[in-house]
Design a protein around this ligand. Structure first.
Ligand code: CA
Length: 233
């Protein structure tokens, strides 16, 4: 997926002075940074924005950064996650990596080290180790460019594939037509205004399975979303 606009980071850190230092540093490097101090606010931000990277503190006032990390991983396999841990214990590092973090940093650390880790994670190709995406009974393999509904392989065009991949990387989130145009076509696309709807209709038709619910829901006046419903098998 291409980057449009600035690289956007989510920083989840309840230590205000530390959060301010990190925010200032990262903003100076040109990143758009959103800072929150609780698991609740982090979850809210994650439904609003399409982040390129998340930095998570483990100890948060209303919960555990590890749980948050696991939730993010279930919804967005490709988002790079850097964990901040206060203890220099091996078990914390292992727990962080097991929860789906890509890297970790032990406090106290110097800002340049965090900046270097962030740069390294952003350089990593998004699909390098991305597993098969699954939403309900739809699976999509970014590596082999194949899609299945249950056990049936579904042939999609390159554009249809990109459209479905974008939506599956944001399951349960409503993807607006503008958002889909920007990410799947091009920010400057000025062709047919209903191009998104036409492609969605094609993807729907191809994914159709008799007796099974439509995995793509239309949210009137807003856009579309993948429905996480029960697996059909
Ligand atoms: Ca903390």
């Amino acid at each position: 997926m291409r980057h449009t606009g600035p690289v956007r980071l989510l920083l989840v850190e309840d230590d205000r002075p530390l959060a301010r230092v990190l925010e200032r540093g990262l903003a100076e490097e040109g990143y758009a940074v959103d800072v929150v101090g609780t698991v609740l606010n982090a979850r809210e931000q994650l439904t609003v924005h399409d982040y390129d990277l998340a930095v998570l503190d483990i100890g948060l006032p209303d919960g555990d950064g590890l749980d948050l990390c696991r939730t993010i991983r279930q919804r967005n396999v490709g988002l790079p996650i850097l964990m901040l841990t206060a203890r220099d214990g091996i078990s914390d590092k292992v727990a962080g990596l097991d929860a789906g973090a890509d890297d970790y940093l032990t406090k106290p650390f110097a800002y340049p080290e965090l900046a270097a880790r962030v740069r390294a994670l952003l350089r990593r190709p998004k699909d390098a180790n991305s597993p098969v995406l699954e939403v309900a009974d739809v699976s999509l393999d970014p590596a082999s460019h194949t899609v299945w509904r249950g056990a049936i392989m579904v042939p999609l065009t390159a554009r249809e594939f990109s459209l479905l991949e974008y939506m599956m990387r944001h399951p349960s989130a409503v993807c607006s037509r503008e958002q889909l145009l920007e990410h799947v076509w091009d920010a400057n696309y000025d062709g047919l205004s209903n191009v998104v709807d036409v492609h969605i209709a094609n993807v729907r038709r191809k994914l159709e399975l008799p007796g099974e619910p439509d995995p793509i829901e239309t949210v009137r006046g807003v856009g579309y979303r993948m429905v996480e419903g029960k697996k059909s098998r």
